[in-house]
Design a protein around this ligand. Structure first.
Ligand SMILES: [Zn+2]
Length: 363
């Protein structure tokens, strides 16, 4: 099954096409933007554009290279995705394991292009970077440009105790081989090491319009959603096709955690403290801040409902009984403070316990 069409990002596409035509496309690009807006899809579009035989402002979609890229089988397009950490003890064997794991992901994406986000523990280990280095050292199979896409590049550091993987990747990015293009993607550019960021030209991708998300779901989601569910998904997705596709994705999980935690806070100090301490250690800081964001959104939704607006996401019943938004807005301020503190080196459990108390006072 070929890739679904790229949706939106018209300004970015135009800028990239102009750069390609003017022969001034940077060799290393960092695409950043919210999860599920199509960063890796745009990277594949750019791969198609530089390899397309027609050399237009958009890939023609019909020539051989275009077909190969869309089928994820172009020999000069290498898409590195986060994978479970290889288990072999020897690095050479780990590289083989990484190559096989990535090949398998590609096989799955060929069969089902609307893929789920990578598992939270998947990463780019040193083995993946060595694999990239080896492939980068080879010559072009088709004689044209070569494109290396590193999806979720920030997952390089998080689970790598040594600096080796980062240093190895830096080396490649410092002196990219002639005729090669490196496209890194990340939700937030600041999650990458400054040394790595400084090697890449940044390109920030915005959220899609609701009309784009809705149009995509209608065209590609089978079975089709009933109109009401479609509207709800589009509104919750906030311009992210990835979010809209996967109701049980990160945003969904964060939303659920936020809902449960707010209910515990409303149930009194005992349950909320117990809930905060029962919270397993967060596997990633991103998950914790995502939950705080979901708490803010839920409180905001409750505040809107006091003004007679329809409720678009699950909100604890107790919050829907409020007559004026004042207390809810004060609660949102407390969450905003906690959100800021979460960037520092703070224990999320303690932060949550303190926030429970603050919220219990105002709600
Ligand atoms: Zn083409």
């Amino acid at each position: 099954m070929p890739l679904h069409p790229l949706i939106g990002h018209r300004t970015a596409r135009e800028r990239l096409a102009q750069a390609v035509q003017g022969n001034r496309l940077p060799q290393v690009l960092l695409l950043s933007g919210a999860a599920g807006v199509g960063k890796q899809r745009l990277a594949l579009w750019l791969a198609q554009l530089v390899l397309c035989e027609k050399k237009g402002k958009e890939p023609c979609g019909t020539c051989r290279p275009c077909h190969l890229v869309a089928g994820l089988s172009h020999p000069d397009v290498h898409w590195l995705v986060p994978i479970p950490r290889p288990k072999a003890s020897d690095l050479d064997k780990q590289v083989e394991e990484a190559a096989q794991a990535i090949a398998q992901v590609m096989e799955e994406r060929r069969a089902e292009p609307l893929y789920q986000p990578a598992d939270g523990m998947a990463s780019h280990s040193l083995a993946s970077v060595r694999l990239l280095q080896r492939r980068a050292a080879l010559t072009s199979v088709e004689g044209g440009p070569r494109v290396f896409i590193i999806g979720e590049a920030d997952r390089l550091i998080a689970q790598e105790s040594s600096q080796e993987a980062a240093n190895a990747l830096l080396k490649v990015l410092e002196e990219p081989p002639a005729g090669s293009l490196f496209l890194l993607t990340t939700v937030e550019a600041r999650r990458l090491l400054p040394t790595m960021r400084s090697r890449a030209a940044p390109l920030r991708l915005g959220r899609l319009t609701d009309a784009d998300v809705s149009g995509f779901l209608q065209a590609h989601l089978r079975p089709a959603l009933p109109a009401q569910e479609l509207g709800r998904r589009v509104s919750l997705a906030e311009g992210s096709i990835g979010c809209a596709l996967n109701a049980a994705d990160e945003a969904g999980k964060a939303q659920q955690a936020a809902q449960q935690w707010l209910e515990a806070v409303l149930a009194g100090p005992g349950p909320s403290l117990e809930r905060a301490l029962r919270q397993p250690p967060w596997s990633a800081r991103g998950e914790f801040t995502a939950m705080l964001d979901a708490v803010t959104e839920t409180l905001g939704e409750a505040a809107r409902s006091t003004l007679g607006q329809p409720v678009r996401r699950p909100v604890p019943q107790a919050l829907l009984r409020y007559r004026d938004p004042g207390r809810l807005l004060r609660a949102m301020e407390h969450v905003a403070d906690a959100r800021e503190a979460a960037w520092g080196n703070v224990n999320p459990q303690i932060l949550l316990a303190v926030l429970s108390e603050d919220l219990a006072e105002v709600l």
